[in-house]
Design a protein around this ligand. Sequence first.
Ligand code: KG4
Ligand code: ZN
Length: 344
Amino acid sequence: MRWLGIETSCDESAVAVVEVGGAGGKGLRLLSSVVGSQIARHRPFGGVVPEVAVREHLRNLPRLAEAALAEARLGTGDLDGIAVTQGPGLATSLLIGHAYARGLGLATGLPVRGVNHLEGHLLSPFLTAEGTVPFPFLGLIVSGGHTLLIEARGWNDYRRLGGTVDDAAGEVFDKVARMLSLGYPGGPEIEKAAAQGDAAAHDFPRAFPERADFRFSFSGLKTSVRYFLEKTPEKLADPRFVADVAASFQKAVVDVLVRKASDAARTRNLRTVIAAGGVACNGALRAALERESGRAGYRLLLAPPVLCTDNAAMIAGVAALKEEAGAALPLPDDIDPNLPLASV
Ligand code: KG4
Ligand code: ZN
């Protein structure tokens, strides 16, 4: 089975082709994955501009679909289905992918499936040659729009254990990077600066420290960094100072993510933990999760960095795996910008 995936939920237009059970084998093979990043277009504004995103998706999608098929050396006649992100995301961006997928479905007669963008992130560590999903497991999804702890119990059976009450983890990386006059998107820039800094230089606050509380809050941390910087604005010109703030801030975020994920795994007795989403590219977070998995004794699976940030392989992959497991759901007629991953 070969599936084409289309992802346009935010500011990346992406198309990918995956194959499951190819050549009599099992598992999932990534045949192509192309991402048309719009970062350069949004950079002058320091964030995603929906109007710009829509125009870019419209312009890029047909060209990316052609490129993904060419890279996989396939035509539409070789496909078994089309998958597209149903939500959550920016309504206007989602609409472009949805309309394009439906059009392609009509033209080719192929089935079209809607995929939850968060389910894509959640299952991205399993888009491997093994291709099986070891339910139950704990999912830490950390991206620009979401910070979630999910108990994945089976196909379409996801329970939300906790999430952010204000900013998402990636969002706060982006905002603090801006305060430090680092580039956009902020996550990779903070990580780069932090590598030269001392994470023990400043003690920034960690919210909801109680062990059984799986809520996250990053706005207090953000405000604390802001007040701290306002005390000595002249120091922002000192790269050493910026590096120390970046490292201390990054440590505060990583500490909270690792501790809550570990507590949730223990409380719910889950022996496999995964981390995915853009922030899961962060080397300090990956290393801290590795250390904690050794200490607490759970199996850790990290999405490969190319599958952490938004991509279409995770959308095609989820559709293909669910189709194979008999767990695919029919495509709703419309997008859903607030589509939840879990019913509870
Ligand atoms: O998953 P993603 O590509 O898009 C969303 O669905 O939101 O995540 C983007 C977010 C941005 O906020 C970006 O700053 C953050 O992921 N990010 C990072 C790193 N790379 C990307 N945050 C921390 N460290 C990184 N290395
Ligand atoms: Zn995402």
